[in-house]
Design a binder for this molecule. Structure first.
Ligand code: PGA
Length: 263
């Protein structure tokens, strides 16, 4: 059975001091479980101090982004190579980056390859806009996002990657995650199967089976259990609710219960 992955994407929130306080609170409320990985993605600035602070039996760290070239004249960027000893994971192609920072499919492809070269597990985010959703273009959009991002990856590397399905229309504003509309479970299951199918077409069924698929979009402590029980969903990418320690600890509790039900 694959390990469940619960990732908290703090986005551009919390100072270093606030980040440290949140970790201290999470540490009191979350217990380690061998079948569940709890990953925190704070700001770039907080990664180094949190790497010293976290209990590595309970938490792992992720970067929210990085640059694909190792070093050189790229003012303002931080490379995957620089993050190598600090993080286990990196979020790549989040819709904030695709849409607010105009990251292209090609850039995302380069980042995927760079992360794997630096031994950092990429969490590739894919998902359709509201407009694409209503126009019935979801499957085509996901196909293009998955196939381009994976095109420079070897068959050995593919089993290490994580893909997060994040419909952009279901993402919270950061605070309205308790009441936001999210896709029906059968839709999420169908999309997870389609993503698995695209990976299998490129690398074969065995490699595709190793890929973990997450759901992201307004997940919270009361919806987490149902989302984790969906066939083909191996974890959650959590934004707004990950900034509230009770809510995030509740999501991890739901993961514990989901694992118990499935074992
Ligand atoms: P949300 O964000 O849980 O606040 O919707 C998820 C994400 O953007 O990764």
């Amino acid at each position: 059975m694959k390990k469940l992955l619960i990732v908290g994407n703090w986005k551009m929130n919390l100072s270093v001091g606030q980040s440290s306080l949140l970790v201290a609170r999470l540490d009191k409320h979350i217990t380690a479980h061998r079948d569940i990985e709890v990953v925190l993605a704070p700001s770039m600035l907080a990664l180094q101090p949190l790497a010293q602070q976290i209990d590595r039996r309970t938490f792992r760290l992720a970067a929210q982004n990085a640059y694909h070239i190792d070093e050189g004249p790229y003012t303002g960027e931080v490379s995957f190579a620089m993050l190598q000893d600090i993080v286990h994971y990196v979020i790549i192609g989040h819709s904030d980056r695709r849409h607010k920072f105009h990251e292209s499919l090609d850039e995302i492809k380069l980042k995927m390859a760079a992360a794997l070269r630096c031994d950092i597990t990429p969490i590739l985010c894919v998902g359709e806009t509201k407009h694409e959703h209503t126009a019935g273009e979801t499957m085509q959009v996901l196909h293009d996002q998955v196939v381009t991002a994976l095109s420079d990856i070897t068959a050995e590397e593919i089993e290490r990657i994580v893909i997060a399905y994040e419909p952009i229309w279901a993402l919270s504003s950061g605070t309205d995650y308790l009441h936001h509309e999210i896709p029906a479970p059968d839709k999420i299951a169908k999309i997870s199967a389609a993503i698995q199918h695209h990976v299998a077409e490129l690398y074969g069924g065995k490699a595709a089976d190793g890929v973990r698929i997450l759901y992201g979009g307004s997940a919270n402590a009361s919806t987490a259990g149902g989302l984790l029980d969906i066939a083909g969903i191996d974890g959650l990418l959590v934004g707004g609710a990950s900034l509230n320690y009770k809510e995030f600890a509740g999501i991890v509790d739901a993961a514990h219960r989901s694992r118990k039900r499935q074992s």
